[in-house]
Design a protein around this ligand. Sequence first.
Ligand code: G1P
Length: 299
Amino acid sequence: MSADQVRKAVVPAAGLGTRFLPATKATPKEMLPVVDKPAIQYVVEEAVAAGIDDVLFITGRSKRPLEDHFDRNLELEEVLRAKKDDHRLALVGESTDLARIHYVRQGDPLGLGHAVLCAQHHVGNEPFAVLLGDDLIDPRDPVLPRMIEVRNRFGGSVLCLMQVPRANIALYGCPAVAVTEDPGVVQVTDVIEKPDPQEAPSDYAVIGRYLLDPAVFEILKRTQPGRGGEIQLTDALRVLATMPAEAGGGVHGVLFTGRRYDTGDRLSYLQSVITLATERDDLGPDLIAWLRQFVADLP
Ligand code: G1P
């Protein structure tokens, strides 16, 4: 199997962020800060660290702040330059210089599968990564390079799987799996979107990182609305799982055991922010001292 380079990433960002209202009334949820950086910047940095230099955001209405964040801010740059504040000037430039960023609008938010289908024209006929902004993967535990390796070995598409308590499986896509000769990789024989825990085929959750064969596009075009009335990426993956390799089929899963932070709901978002802040040299020591005292003083 020839080693395809994965150059493009697709980042769906058209959701309404209703779980964070009113904060997300006029601000995209992707722009909520995780410590001092918008959540979405971590995701783009992860893609870039895996050798991807082209990022397509699938956006919707009221996503202008996201576009502005990855654009230059000349006025701010000028003020910081005049003040000779090189440190902050570099921070302002970081997001602009990361990658080539493109946007396409989803129009009707018909589901994750539909969002991915909106990328077809831009992606063309090459394998591509999909990164969901609610999942942050710790840069110390990179998973995309491993997923690229697995695609180069097995072909087809690759999922990122994490073991979760069975009670939580209803929040995720859940695969039926078979072993391969590599203990860290499974073959995915089926995937169910958000099954009832009693009916879940495994206790693996699909985490928001995908490496997809372009064959997914033709399947998505034929995919009918599924769970929640939405066109589900999961439903296209279950078709890919049973298709022959010559047609771009086959799905494998990388068993991920690294650090992942969920910013998708309020409680896990707060936990993510605190965890990441405690690990920072500039904030951690003071925050930890304060947290210890805060907890000790709790009634
Ligand atoms: C989506 C997918 C689901 C996947 C999850 C990962 O669900 O539909 O299969 O497990 O992302 O975060 P969402 O969280 O958008 O409801």
